[in-house]
Write a new protein. Structure first.
Length: 204
């Protein structure tokens, strides 16, 4: 995915709201540039100027939703005193939010034929920007809230990316409750930290 998050101006925000309302009422398949333009009272060309294509509109909806998820990450991690507990709390909050999110419900239909391919691609094969944005926020939280860590900067990048990708997998293919999935991810982080700490200890 190559789109970037733009600051939503009044028209852009209204277009995104109209698209989300349409999804909630009748599903993503009913969203068209003309329909969104009509709901907001602008020309169809205005919608194309903002998003380029319908897939571009889907990208911006997903990125706006990501901002909401990352807000939960910051809030949850700020209330915990260790990396493991911070990651567990953040993952649990995000996964619980995923169960309630309109866009996530659009992505994860109950049947394969109900899955929305636009959004599914954005969270799987085109997930690069979402992963990068999430990694940046989670890493910043770790560095600011839990210094120092036994991980090198490169190791921290890897560990955080693994966490983000595990959360994305749990969102798009849920197999456990948010509490269980978050605990599993936190356990993995704990093992990584313990291993790094053991390596950093001087040999006796």
């Amino acid at each position: 995915m190559t789109a970037t998050v733009r600051q939503p101006g009044p028209v852009r925000g209204r277009l995104l709201d109209a698209a989300q309302d349409t999804i909630e009422a009748a599903g993503w398949s009913t969203v068209t540039m003309s329909r969104i333009a009509d709901k907001v009272g602008v020309s169809r060309q205005t919608v194309y100027n903002e998003f380029g294509t319908k897939h571009g509109l889907a990208e911006q909806l997903a990125l706006r939703e990501l901002d909401r998820f990352l807000g939960v990450v910051r809030e949850r991690m700020a209330t915990r005193t260790s990396i493991v507990e911070g990651i567990r709390a953040a993952c649990e909050g995000v996964l619980q939010m995923g169960e309630e999110s309109l866009l996530v419900r659009t992505i994860v239909g109950s049947l394969p034929e109900e899955h929305d391919t636009d959004f599914l691609k954005i969270l799987t094969t085109e997930s690069g920007e979402i992963v990068e944005s999430a990694v940046l926020v989670v890493k910043q939280c770790v560095v600011e809230l839990y210094p120092p860590t036994p991980l090198t900067d490169a190791e921290l990048d890897t560990a955080v990316e693994v966490v983000v990708r595990l959360v994305l997998s749990a969102i798009t293919r849920p197999s456990k409750s948010p509490v269980e999935a978050a605990s599993d991810i936190a356990w993995i982080v704990g093992l990584a930290l313990a291993g790094a700490d053991a390596q950093a200890q001087p040999a006796s």
